[in-house]
Structure formats: structure tokens, C-alpha cells
Design a protein around this ligand. Structure first.
Ligand SMILES: Nc1ncnc2c1ncn2[C@@H]1O[C@H](COP(=O)(O)OP(=O)(O)O)[C@@H](O)[C@H]1O
Ligand SMILES: [Mg+2]
Length: 298
């Protein structure tokens, strides 16, 4: 485990914002930390960085105990805050060069590391200053900066929240690639973002963890209610599948079919073949977490 959080509580005055948190983050996972605004996500991340004193419990990162105000454990962490700030008149490459100097990256390594990261985040060809960047570009630069030192843990606080769907997809893809060299812990209130790339998730609700597990394990719990999205000519499909007993909905040019078990799944596939319907793509619907959250909270 790269992160072990045991019994952490955090009070501001007499307001208890985190309550007896236990969280274990395995190495090389993408861990989604989900929760509504005000749930306490940022507070826990700041505790992990030693930026806030704990009211109870302890945190260990890469074997190092986190101590308030001390930065030893932070040597293992790359951190992207929710609203990253940069020197506006530098461009991405100059900015990373400055960070590399400040953080003592050996001179020999600097250039290759920076180019590698600029390519990863899609900013290798951008030469204009940061003050003209979109929010998505700033988030991407922030990830590059956080990864500069090859941290064992990358913490990103709501990296996708302020972005449009294309910008969000870019960030998710970068985090997924970053998993090869580090462990990714990111917070979000967008359940589908977590579901797309995470292998582990935990949900924080009013300062308490209400579930945490591997995503596949959570999926198994809901296995019998799985919906699949088929991309086929929906119009044609509806016409030729009218008589069959599956629960189907049309969403744009996609057909969403709810198949309750493997027998149904096979039967549906057979029906498609029989009708000569070509499936362009097939994927499980990413609504698992939504269901889970509704189940837990109601
Ligand atoms: N420095 C602080 N002093 C008092 N209350 C705070 C402080 N920081 C956060 N809070 C409160 O803690 C709760 C959780 O906030 P936060 O961790 O920012 O949630 P999230 O990141 O999940 O949106 C909120 O009710 C917030 O108002
Ligand atoms: Mg927050």
C-alpha cells in the first residue's frame, strides 16, 4: 500500500469535517475519491500533504509517516491543487524548466524528462505564454508539473471538474497513462469520470467513507442489472427487434439494452445475428457508481 490512512478525524473548531477515515491505496492503482461538494475531499488531501493537523488518527505515505508542517513524506507526492496557479508570462516548457531547477532534478535528466511530460500532456508544441491557456491546458500543465519528480503518488484535486467533455476526456487519458509510473489518487464529484478509469474507488459522504472497493468487485454486486450500450442503427434495430422481450431504449443513434444475465446476453446477440444487424460497438454502461450511490444514500 502506498497510502495508509487509519482512523483519521479532522475538526475545524467544533465542526467535524472528517470522521474516522480508513483508506488504503494500493500501488499502481488509479484510485477515485468521489463525493459531493463539501464532503471533505480537499480536507483529506491537505491532511495527506501535512498541510493540516489531524484531530485523530495517522497517515503513512510510501512508508513515511505524515507529520503536520513537515515535508518529508511530500518527497513522494506530486500534487495538483483544485485551482493551480502558474507564472503567467512563462510558457509550459519554461515553467517546467523553472520547476525542475527548484526541485533539484539533475541537469542531465531535465530536458528529456520535460519533453517526455510535455508530450504526455499534449503541450509539446505550445509556445505561447500560460496566461492564454484554457482551463484544460492549465490542468494538463499542472499534471506535468506534479509528475516532474517521478513521485510515487500523484494527488489531483478535482482535475476534471471545471472542464468540458473533451477536456475531461484528455485529463482522464493522461491519468490513465500516468498509472504506468505512479499511483494516481484523484477526487471528483463526477461519478462517470471515476468509473471510466479507476480500478479502485472510495466514496466520501459528509466526512465518512461510505464504501471503498475495487471497481470490478462493485460491478459484480450489480452484475445482474447490467445495461449495455450497443451502437447500431437504432432505427433499424427497433424495427426488427420489436417482438423481442428485452428492455430497450434509444439514446441518439445508440441502443441501450438492459440484459439481466448471461443467458439474456447470449439470446440478444443471437437475435442481432439472426436479423443481420451489425454491431459497431458494445460497452457496459457507465452508471454503476450512480446506482451504488443511490442505493447507499437512500
Ligand atoms: N479551513 C477551514 N475552516 C473551517 N471549515 C472548513 C475549512 N476548510 C474546509 N472547511 C469545511 O469542511 C467541509 C469540507 O470541505 P472540503 O474538504 O473543501 O470539501 P470538498 O473538497 O469535498 O468539496 C466544508 O463544509 C467546508 O466548509
Ligand atoms: Mg474540494
Amino acid at each position: 500500500m502506498v497510502v495508509q490512512i487509519e482512523g483519521v478525524s479532522k475538526r475545524f473548531g467544533n465542526k467535524e469535517v472528517l470522521r474516522d477515515i480508513h483508506l488504503h491505496i494500493p500501488e499502481h492503482s488509479i484510485f477515485g475519491f468521489i463525493g459531493a461538494n463539501g464532503a471533505g475531499k480537499t480536507t483529506l488531501m491537505k491532511c495527506m500533504l501535512g498541510l493540516l493537523p489531524l484531530s485523530a488518527g495517522g497517515i503513512t505515505i510510501a512508508g513515511e509517516k505524515v507529520t503536520f508542517g513537515e515535508t518529508k513524506s511530500n518527497a513522494h507526492i506530486g500534487y495538483l491543487p483544485d485551482v493551480p496557479e502558474f507564472y503567467p508570462f512563462y510558457n509550459a516548457r519554461q515553467y517546467l524548466e523553472l520547476c525542475a531547477v527548484i526541485t533539484d532534478i539533475p541537469k542531465m535528466e531535465r530536458k528529456t524528462r520535460i519533453e517526455e511530460l510535455l508530450t504526455l500532456v499534449g503541450l509539446a508544441d505550445v509556445t505561447s505564454p500560460i496566461n492564454g491557456y484554457s482551463r484544460g491546458m492549465k490542468q494538463r500543465l499542472g499534471i506535468a508539473q506534479a509528475l516532474l519528480n517521478r513521485p510515487k503518488l500523484l494527488i489531483c484535486d478535482e482535475p476534471t471538474s471545471a472542464l468540458d467533455p473533451a477536456g475531461r476526456a484528455q485529463i482522464l487519458s493522461i491519468l490513465q497513462q500516468a498509472k504506468a509510473e505512479t499511483t494516481v489518487f484523484f477526487s471528483t464529484h463526477i461519478l462517470s469520470d471515476a468509473e471510466q478509469i479507476c480500478d479502485h474507488v472510495a466514496m466520501l459522504h459528509e466526512g465518512k467513507i461510505i464504501f471503498q472497493d475495487e471497481l470490478v468487485k462493485l460491478q459484480q454486486r450489480f452484475h445482474d442489472q447490467f445495461a449495455y450500450t450497443f451502437t447500431i442503427s437504432a432505427e433499424k434495430a427497433m424495427k426488427s427487434l420489436q417482438h423481442v422481450q428485452f428492455h430497450m431504449e434509444i439514446d441518439g443513434d445508440q441502443l441501450i439494452v438492459t440484459l439481466s444475465d448471461d443467458t439474456q446476453r447470449l439470446a440478444f446477440m443471437r437475435e442481432l445475428t439472426r436479423q443481420g444487424l451489425i454491431v459497431q460497438s458494445l460497452q457496459p454502461q457507465t452508471r454503476l457508481l450512480e446506482k451504488l450511490v443511490l442505493e447507499v444514500l437512500t
